[in-house]
Structure formats: C-alpha cells, structure tokens
Design a protein around this ligand. Sequence first.
Ligand SMILES: [Zn+2]
Length: 327
Amino acid sequence: MMLDFDPAVVAFSSQPFWLLWHDRSTGPSRRRRLTMPRGRPSPLLSQLPRRVAPFPGEILSSYLRRLAHANCLDPEALRGHIAGRYRQQSVPADRLAIAAGVPAATLEHALADLDGGKVWIFRLGQIPIHPMTSGPACGLCAFARGATEPVWCRKHPEQVICLRHRRWIGTGAATAQPCLDGQPDILQAHKQHLRLVRRFGREQVMIGFAFADHICRQWHAQRQHDEGFRRRMRIFHGPDWEVPAADPTIAAAAYPQVVALARLLISPYWGSLAVSFYHIEHSLFAQEMQNTVAPGYQWPQPRFSKDPLHRWIIGGNRKSAFDFLPP
Ligand SMILES: [Zn+2]
C-alpha cells in the first residue's frame, strides 16, 4: 500500500489535494508554508504545486479554471477553498496569491475583475449596449504566454481582432478564431474602428457600432446591401458556404460594413446632411453611403420605406442615442 509520503504518490495526483485539504504540522506542507508569498496567514491555505501566470485582462473565473486544471482540481472547489469565509464574496487577492504562488500585486494588475466588478449592459430602445464584454483572448497570444487552454478576458467593444496574429477574436471566437490574412477589408476596418474611438471617444463609438450592427443585420436578413458580406464569406469558405448562425466568420465578414455605417451614424456632419432640407446635402449623404457602406443605397428613401436606416434616422433616434450618456 502506498502512503501519502511515498515519493510516487507525493509526486503525482495526491499532492495537490493533500496540500489543500489537510492541515498538518509536519511534512511537506509545513515546509511549503515557510515559503509562502506575503498575504493573510491561513493554516488551511498553501501554495499549489503548479503555478499559472495570469494573462493581462483575464477574468477571475478563467484564471481559477486554468489554475485548478493545472493542479488536477475542480475549479469550483478551488474557488470555495480560496475564498474561505469570504465564499459569497469576491476572492481575496492575498489568499489567491498564496494559493497561486503569484504576488498579489501581479494578480491585481492582470486580473480584470478581482475586485468583484461585473460586466453590465444598458439598452437604448431595443438595442443592448455592452460597454465591456467577456470574451476569448487570442489563442496564439495566450499559447505564447504558456496557456494550454482557452483564456477569457474582459474586453472593450473594439477589441475584436488580434493585429499581431491577424485573428478574429470578436463575436463567435470562443469556437474558432478565423485567420484574416486574406481579408484586407476586415483588417482595414479595424484600423478605422480604432481611429473612430480615438476621435469620438469609446462611448459614442460603442453606441454607433451597436446601432449600425442592428441595421446591417436587418439588411442581411432581407438579403439587401450584403454584396461585401457575401464576398468575404466566399473568401473564408469558398463559393458554396453554409455555416451555423453563431459561426465567427459571420460577425467577421459583416464587420467592415458595420464599422463604415457606424462612422456615418456617429459623425455630426454626416448626420446633419442626412436630415437636411436641401437636396444637394441628401445627395452628398447618398454618395458617401454608396462609396463606403452599401453601393446601391438610395437617399432619401420613400416616405413610408421600411429600410431600417431610414426608420432610424427619420424616427429621430440619432439625437436621442448620442445625447445619451452612460453612467
Ligand atoms: Zn494574438
């Protein structure tokens, strides 16, 4: 029979459990406690055998999952054990630092929600706006930092592409992160997206992007103004493409048109031309729409047109949307 201290056992799967769930005054756990990092003293908490470096912006649940799996533990059990009497609250940084063997300052700097902050959304009409989202990090960036399983991060809405590896990491990227080497439109749109954020601010662009996305989805559902989208899907999948609705290439292929339309929705200049009383200004708006968003788009639309952009502008949504200041 092999005992706890048998080298073959200590070196294998019993070690993490032994260190976590027992408080013994002698043996390897005592030696480990002598080398604990700084933090709240705890007779029940010791450093796990395998250390895991946090990824910048990583959310706590992702880090705990990776830390637990690296040490052959159940993530929920590990979370409960580290949280201790704070079980119903956020995980204390100093206790996590002891278990992870990583300085508390490093964890606080890297982890996005160690303070217990949650992502929140608000709605403008029917449109949900996400100031921050939780999504997958670029798998290649994570792997380069030693992560062997998916890493989830807190992200701003414009963080949809890893420019270093040219991968889509936006909507749908939890299942796959398509390579964008053959998609210059998407890469160019991302640069424009970042320029818009610098020029108009993150809140304005976030709102404009959400409305533009809503309008483009309606166009595509009606098979309108979707030539560019279909061209990019052919580049991804070939001529006879057919993919599930949640496939990441759908959001990636739609992205250039959404950014282009968001630019016009956000801009006070283009907005004023669209609702002007002068024909020449309508023509300028129509021309810009045709050049950058939808080649066949006509403006103004007939009075009772069901076109989603027409209804959005004529309905007075532009002013109410961009006058709104999120808390
Ligand atoms: Zn990357």
